[in-house]
Design a protein around this ligand. Sequence first.
Ligand code: ZN
Length: 343
Amino acid sequence: MTNFAIGVDLGGTNLRIAAVDDQGTIGERVAISTNVALGRDRVIDDMCGAIERVLAKCGNSDKLYGIGIGVPGIIDSETGLLRESPNLPGWANYPVRAEIERRLKTVVILGNDANVAALGEKWLGAAKDFDDMAMLTLGTGVGGGLIIGGAIWQGMNGMAGEFGHTTVEPDGHPCGCGNHGCVEQYASATAMLRMAKEAIAENPGGALARAAQADPKFSSKTAYDLAMQGDPDARKVFGRVGRALGIVLSGLVNSLNLPIYVIGGGASSAWDAFSPAIFEEMRKRSMVYAATAPPDPNAKKEWASAHVIPAPGKKTIVARAVLGTDAGLIGAARLPMIAESKS
Ligand SMILES: [Zn+2]
């Protein structure tokens, strides 16, 4: 008999569902598209139907912990209400948890998508050897998650870990949250493309501009390739990405003194272009690093893709995520397991 949970990654475009056992092995899985345009009830119908199909394929004698769902938005963890979600219009203040529990007759736990991705990387990914970690997810926006003692740190009302809205430029680019100069405006996939276009406008004769002219599907990937070839305009774009992330990470290092910080999300694929600027910035701003002089250049690349900032006795690690798009699915499945161990 296996003990397992269902993890759901409810994105604005794709809905992914998997059975995950308590050793972290992924079993049955399905992916369908999220028919956001057809309305909330249709999405919930589709999701419940897909969960039932996955459950039907799992053994009857196996024990189900429940269903964990990662949702893009602000969740009230106590009431199970989705308070706000830009990607799921019409879902505000809808009792998602109660409705799915009613339909599927099992425990349902909701988590913010970036928080559950952090939980996934903590359980089975880059931070699996640590109890405490923080993660930044670079996607359309910049999400964040803080894991303390192996569980998501929710804060007073589920808002903890919004590292993406940390100010890195006090009078910088306006952000959707109402602030100016959030790290999201410098390190998200959206921001990378915007900054590449700004760089093109500033130097219309440069290699970046020529690449954009030649390629109607110009993306931040093109800018990344040019940065890796040494193009100064493209390098500047990713230098700003790394600098913004380095400022945020230095603040986290100084305030939380966690053993590991993980960078994930689709746009983290540009790691090689932006990570040198992260470490340059952290050397300047992080007290943990400053506490050790002189820095040991050989200690920088020690384990997998991790970069290590030496501290007295122990080392602060900044690492790339390793689970890719499965992080959210795995972390979501972990939610009901943790809930049961606490009850
Ligand atoms: Zn913001």
